[in-house]
Design a protein around this ligand. Structure first.
Ligand code: DQA
Length: 148
């Protein structure tokens, strides 16, 4: 397993509050429970996973700055920042690792503002509305991209 690719899974603003948020949109899992599931899905795909969450946009940006050379790919769910943060978009542009955009809820079937993503065109793929299972799909997309 030591040569297994490492995928960083980044959660943005308010995602530390999963379990308290609208369960019809986001499910009942807390973030630690969700991360345990993602880790299992990674194991099944032969991928290592590591995790990061912050409610601070600058910390999210700085974490993207440090990814190259440390991780082979990134799954990012920036939460509401997805819809307007050009700072995160700019950082992702030179992050140097392939990225998949992930949303637990079906953002295209909700309010208009959630349909807009400023990171979409920088990502090799996008998974939305698939709940926790979506993270497994995102990991599989990255595995394919990384040639495993
Ligand atoms: C989200 C969707 C966003 O619109 C929202 O602001 C979130 C979570 C999702 O995972 O479905 O915080 O990214």
């Amino acid at each position: 397993m030591s040569d297994a690719k490492l995928i960083e899974v980044m959660h943005g603003v308010n995602l530390d509050q999963l379990g308290r948020r609208d369960v019809t949109q986001y499910g009942a899992l807390t973030l630690p429970e969700l991360e345990a599931r993602i880790s299992e899905m990674g194991d099944e795909l032969g991928l290592r996973t590591s995790f990061f969450q912050t409610n601070h946009e600058g910390e999210f940006v700085e974490h993207l700055h440090g990814l190259e050379g440390r991780a082979d790919g990134v799954v990012l769910n920036p939460g509401a920042w997805t819809h307007y943060s050009y700072a995160i978009r700019d950082a992702l542009e030179f992050a140097g690792v392939p990225a998949v955009e992930l949303h637990i809820s079906d953002v295209d079937a909700r309010e208009d503002f959630r349909r807009r993503s400023v990171i979409r065109e920088l990502c090799i793929g996008r998974v939305a509305g698939r709940g926790a299972a979506g993270y497994g799909e995102a990991l599989a997309l990255l595995r394919e991209e990384l040639g495993r």
